[in-house]
Design a protein around this ligand. Structure first.
Ligand SMILES: [Zn+2]
Length: 411
């Protein structure tokens, strides 16, 4: 099956070097004005100006973008999409002045979602996840990284990872987050829970290929630096790559730990200082910035994206979609926050949400840009210029979404 995409006001290819983009590379989107693209068997065969591509169309099915922006699907490299219920009640409590930490201490927060998620069966969880999956598609996202972490027993964690494996047509990459929180029944014996994660869950997850990455909530009030190091080392020994929730609520040295362990990413980094940034740079760890959670928690402390870009880090942007601190699946909203609150340029933000995100998931060679040989995950946005995507905030710009050349969403 052959497709020809024509009529792109801008074909935003993000073509460039085969590595996560840094510095000025983040501003080069490889835009082809009046661009066109040929797709065969779900992969991109060729891109170029319309006059070069048109003679090659032959018997291909033609998709006319109607003078709109065509770009790669967003790659959302940090989400928690499998959970039961939601926490709209806590949203209201926080508005009335109760803090996230106080809610958590009273048994709310992650632990309340854990109780509801344990009670839900796999079918109900998959139904909910597929509903959210449609929300991602509507916003132009074609790949998500998806974490477990609301089960916190071996069976419940495996249940979540199986659901992640069945989400569709949205593409998902699974991360094991058994160390998301100490569950209620282990409050007085945390060492036993850490042993359970390390000695039972991790080996099972690795042996059954239930996840490619292992993550942890590294924070003094949740898992300490030493506890995190132990769990992550065990994960790495089993062949899993590492991601960390790092320096979200305090500067605890989690960025340095991510560097020491050679993690793929360190995520959040709201409190990371110059030394942490330097450590990430030295170790080639990608920062995953999550401005949606800063916004939704009513905080003003955004991560210092400019310092990270200036230091040469290959910045990634993601939604952190979850029922507590960041209930948005909208990458366009994240781009808007990145531009207005973190002073990233629209081009830097787009790079962070596509090709850099793909590299952080080790999918750089197949996803994140529109280049010959790559999977044809692309979106026609109802916009004439890519800068209009973060500019018209609070809208859903995606008009048509394709995954491997197949229609996945149409407005
Ligand atoms: Zn998260």
């Amino acid at each position: 099956m052959k497709l020809a995409v024509i009529g792109c006001s801008q074909l935003v290819t993000l073509a460039g070097p085969v590595h996560a983009r840094t510095g000025l590379e983040m501003r080069d989107l490889g835009v082809i004005d009046d661009g066109a693209m040929i797709i065969a068997e779900g992969r991109i065969e060729r891109t170029g100006p319309r006059r070069e591509i048109e003679p090659l169309i032959g018997d291909a099915t033609v998709i006319d973008a109607g003078k709109r922006v065509v770009m790669p699907g967003f790659v959302d490299a940090h989400t928690h999409p499998v959970f039961a219920g939601n926490r709209a009640n806590e949203f209201e409590q926080r508005i009335s002045g109760t803090t996230y930490a106080e809610i958590a201490a009273a048994g709310g927060g992650i632990r309340s979602t854990v109780r509801q998620t344990r009670a839900a069966d796999e079918t109900a969880l998959l139904e909910a996840a597929n509903r959210y999956s449609t929300w991602f598609l509507r916003n132009g996202t074609t790949t998500i990284e998806a974490k477990s972490g609301y089960g916190l027993t071996p069976e419940d964690e495996y249940k979540l990872l199986r659901v992640i494996g069945r989400i569709g047509p949205l593409r998902s990459v699974a991360t094991f987050l058994g160390a998301h929180e100490i569950p209620d029944e282990y409050r007085s014996r945390r060492v036993d829970y850490i042993r359970l994660v390390t000695n039972e869950m991790l080996p099972h997850v690795a042996a059954n290929h239930l996840a490619e990455f292992c993550d942890i909530f590294c924070e003094p009030a949740v898992f300490s630096i030493d506890e995190s190091r132990g769990i992550l080392r065990a994960a790495r020994k089993l062949g899993l790559e590492l991601r960390l929730h790092a320096d979200q609520l305090s500067n605890s040295g989690a960025a340095e730990l991510a560097s020491e362990l050679g993690a793929a990413t360190a995520d959040h980094l709201e409190h990371t200082e110059t030394s942490g940034i330097a450590a990430l740079k030295a170790a080639g760890v990608q920062p995953v910035l999550l401005p949606g959670s800063v916004y939704a928690l009513g905080s003003k402390r955004y991560p210092n994206a400019r310092a990270m870009i200036n230091a040469g880090l290959a910045v990634v942007l993601a939604t952190d979609f979850n029922p507590g601190s960041s209930p948005t699946p909208s990458m366009p909203t994240i781009l808007s926050l990145a531009c207005t609150q973190m002073k990233m340029t629209p081009a830097e933000a787009l790079t962070a949400a596509t090709i850099n995100a793909a590299h952080s998931l080790r999918r750089g060679p197949s996803l994140g840009s529109l280049e010959p040989g790559k999977l044809a995950d692309f979106v026609i946005h109802d916009r004439g210029d890519y800068r209009e995507i973060p500019y018209f905030f609070g809208t859903e710009p995606a008009k048509t979404v394709y995954i491997e050349g197949r229609l996945a969403f149409e407005r």
